[in-house]
Design a protein around this ligand. Structure first.
Ligand code: Z5A
Ligand code: MG
Length: 215
């Protein structure tokens, strides 16, 4: 029988624009660290790598990239971090990750382009480490709009965001924990801390190896 090994947990945040992902990720990492849990905050796209810089230039409309090609760049940006991600988990560090492959699939599939359906969008991420839990912060486009206007980036339009949300909901699986993101920041954080504690404890017991997308 394979030896059981304690490891860090892989927790992904997904959700609507302005649902509070970055706010909650930051708070959760600080909380875990204060509890003595080794934890790091990651985000995708990781705009610091050469691939990430191309993505940043696309998102800020400084460059135009073919839709299929940019989809593959977002995926490559995750693949280039795969080894480091697995190493950290096996060293015992919990990773709280702001967006992952689900955003990749949702944003490209929402474009509704011929040939770029959900199955095509999922293919390049197949085999990447699968998160132990996906915390999905659920907020309608109308509720998000009440939090102020969109920024300047590509994709920040109501109609498109609705399609993105539909794509996210179609991907909900057993590892997803859906949280009502219209609550107060503190109320949401409290629920996330409870959920995260259970996931961290499970991974520390060493009974669950890191899975693979989309198995
Ligand atoms: N993208 C892609 O196409 N393919 C991929 O593979 C990946 C990503 C990984 C990256 O944006 C873009 O890339 C994104 C998807 C695409 N495009 N879009 N749109 P990003 O992740 O860098 O986006 P962001 O700038 O961080 O925005 P965000 O993620 O949409 O926001 P958020 O992180 O969810 O929310 P926040 O920054 O924490 O909070 C937003 C505001 O709401 C802020 O003023 C908060 O103070 C406020 N807030 C937060 N929580 C609350 C509550 N509970 N109540 C009231 N107000 C709140
Ligand atoms: Mg964010």
């Amino acid at each position: 029988m394979a030896q059981q090994q304690a490891r860090g947990a892989f927790i992904v945040f997904e959700g609507a624009d302005r649902a509070g992902k970055s706010t909650q990720c930051q708070m959760l990492v600080e909380h875990l660290q204060a509890q003595g849990v080794a934890a790091e905050l990651w985000r995708f796209p990781d705009r610091t790598t050469p691939i990430g810089k191309m993505i940043n230039s696309y998102l800020t409309s400084q460059s135009d990239i073919d839709d299929a090609a940019v989809h593959l760049l977002f995926s490559a940006n995750r693949w280039e971090k795969r080894e480091e991600l697995l190493r950290k988990l096996h060293e015992g560090t919990t990773l709280v990750v702001d967006r992952y492959a689900y955003s990749g699939v949702a944003f490209t599939a929402a474009k509704g382009l011929p040939g770029l359906d959900r199955a095509w969008c999922m293919a390049p991420d197949a085999g990447l480490p699968a998160p132990d839990a996906v915390f999905f912060l659920c907020l309608t486009v109308e509720q998000a709009a009440a939090r102020g206007g969109y920024g300047e980036e590509r994709y920040e339009k109501d109609e498109f965001q609705r399609k993105v949300l539909d794509q996210f909901h179609a991907m909900r699986g057993s590892s997803w924990r859906v949280v009502d993101a219209s609550q107060s920041i503190d109320a949401i954080q409290q629920q996330l801390r409870e959920q995260a504690a259970a996931v961290v404890a499970r991974c520390q017991r060493g009974t669950s190896p890191v899975g693979k997308l989309w198995e």
